[in-house]
Ligand binder design. Sequence first.
Ligand code: ATP
Length: 324
Amino acid sequence: MIKTIGVLTSGGDAPGMNAAVRAVTRAGIAQGMEVKVIYRGYKGLIDGEVKTFTTQDVSGIIPRGGTLIKSARCTEFHTPEGRKQAYETLQREHIDALIVIGGDGTFTGGSLFAQEYDLPVIGIPGTIDNDLWGTDATIGYDTALNTITESIDKLRDTATSHERVFLVEVMGRDAGFLTLNAAIAGGCEAAIIPERAPILEQIEEAIGSGRRKSKNSSIVLVQEHAVEGGAATVAQMIEKVHPEYSTRVTVLGHLQRGGSPSAYDRILASRMGVAAVQALVDGQRNVMVGIQNDDIVLVPLSKAIHQKKDIKEDSWEAMNVLSI
Ligand code: ATP
């Protein structure tokens, strides 16, 4: 029987992680468990940065962005020695199971750890990229999408006033979900994403789309890793071919991660946190909590990590059709 659970946030922070920690803490306590938070992800697990949380410790954190229990990228956890040290912390703290909140790297580490030490690990998808297979949404994605859309609205004002082509660089690691859907929501002229090669043709299309339809400005979103050098490279390519165009580059950067989580992300994080604890009570192990058609589901961690989630073809179509 699981008496004590550990919870950590790892990888890039995402709005709604606090709501997930709150949900895990309160649901765990409601199940009669002791809940221990591990600060700074796997780094804190190795260093033994552990604290028992009460329901009061998570009071008032649901509207806060970032992660109260901190996050870190930890190279030591990639090594068997690092994971051994992490396991020693679990033994010392009598932690019987782990709930890890993060992206695919976090799940890869968690899955390996679970296999090596025969430990129940449950993953909660917390990443703005929404790139995990087996779940329609990840915690933080909706908030980031809204932040990007608001930024586009503001850029549109200045783009129209000066009749310029704005290239806006959007985060997403290897995935184009944020870029494509922000382009739809922001009414952009084009989105350049890694899932839809060839990129050069996308750029040519992007150049043509706004101007050829006699628009006086264009906003083109560029996924950060779609092109080497990101939006700046695309701007150079455009100006080389069309010196008559005046381009401007905006890199939204880390502001995309920040801010108070949207209601959707708070609800998602709360449901997933409660479901993660319930999964442990039910004897589940090495699964990710996901959401599909508004139902909570459990997906093997191995699938969430290894299967590739593709963008929706109809979204790609919509973006292209509506940019005319
Ligand atoms: P995001 O998608 O927001 O970047 P992430 O969880 O994918 O989040 P990563 O930095 O890739 O972020 O991974 C977080 C941590 O997980 C790493 O710093 C490392 O400690 C651990 N991790 C990642 N990959 C592995 C691996 N192959 N083996 C062991 N640990 C790993």
